[in-house]
Design a protein around this ligand. Structure first.
Ligand SMILES: O=C(O)CCC(=O)C(=O)O
Length: 282
């Protein structure tokens, strides 16, 4: 790792500690950016959101890393792994890997934090999120909005459980945070990394173009993941992935025995001959 990368990681970690987020410019190489765009251009109308949280004019592709090695490389980017190493316990997991394409006319997403699934009092340290710009992000095209410093807010300070849209029913909340929030304006290829506790939302898209992004999120090794990768990614595909990606998908043991499979290490299940002991004999 060169000195520039080390400096980027160091700055990112201290920004996240202090402000709840950081931006890494040129997170994707120009080649990666071109390849991601090419992939997304081929995949229109993949999955239209079913509610205001997913976004009725927002297209999402879940389990994105299973689609191409390109996305696996981005998931295990060394800068992001170093940031996760600083905030999460060893054996942390990938909790979701998705493309989020916000089309023109989309309304703002409800304010939320990505760690709201975990019923631990705030401020908590359960997850880390990334949003990587595939198009330039601005306030008009649905660029992510976030509230700096909100990773430190307690449940009382928030005044509600803003999990999947509850903030919409509380106009006071939007009013209280309006002057505290910022629109993340960043060029294509840049990445905003934020604490799972940082309040944020996908912005309103009043422009004529689609705002495309990737979002990889990571959680503590003891937390349930948003996406159930054991069921979405066939084991023969997992077998082809790097050891790091396999561990991030849950083919790892969080000491002393979380994640075991009938008493065996989950990596053993990648052997096509593996049969869980529960099926043997009886
Ligand atoms: O697309 C964005 O900018 C934010 C999306 C988001 O926060 C989410 O779907 O959880």
């Amino acid at each position: 790792m060169n000195q520039h990368t080390q400096h980027t990681i160091h700055t990112s970690i201290s920004n996240i500690r202090e402000h709840g987020y950081t931006i890494i410019e040129e997170f994707l190489s120009p080649q990666q950016l071109v390849a991601v765009r090419k992939f997304l251009d081929r995949r229109n109308e993949e999955y239209q959101g079913r509610n205001n949280f997913e976004g009725s004019k927002t297209e999402r592709i879940y389990a994105l890393l299973s689609q191409d090695q390109l996305f696996q490389d981005i998931v295990e980017d060394q800068r992001m792994m170093a940031v996760c190493d600083a905030f999460l316990e060893p054996n942390y997991l990938l909790t979701t890997s998705q493309a989020i394409c916000i089309h023109p006319g989309e309304t703002p997403q409800p304010w939320h934090s990505d760690d709201a699934f975990y019923g631990i009092p705030r401020p908590r340290n359960a997850a880390m999120s990334t949003i990587i710009a595939i198009d330039d992000f601005c306030a008009e095209n649905g660029g992510t909005e976030l509230i700096p410093g909100s990773h430190q807010w307690t449940d009382q300070e928030i005044g509600g459980d803003y999990r999947f849209g509850e903030s919409e029913s509380d106009p006071d909340f939007a009013e209280r945070v309006a002057h505290k929030s910022i629109a993340v304006e960043m060029p294509a290829g840049a990445c905003v990394i934020f604490s799972g506790g940082t309040l944020h939302r996908g912005g309103r898209n009043t422009s004529t173009g689609t705002r495309r992004a990737l979002s990889n999120q990571y959680c503590q090794p003891w937390a349930r993941t948003i996406e159930n990768f054991y069921l979405t990614i066939p084991r023969e595909e997992v077998l082809k992935m790097s050891p790091r990606i396999q561990a991030l998908l849950g083919y790892s043991v969080h000491a002393p025995f979380m994640g075991q499979v009938s008493g065996s290490h989950p990596l053993k299940t990648l052997n096509p001959e593996f049969v869980p002991s529960v099926y043997r004999g009886n």
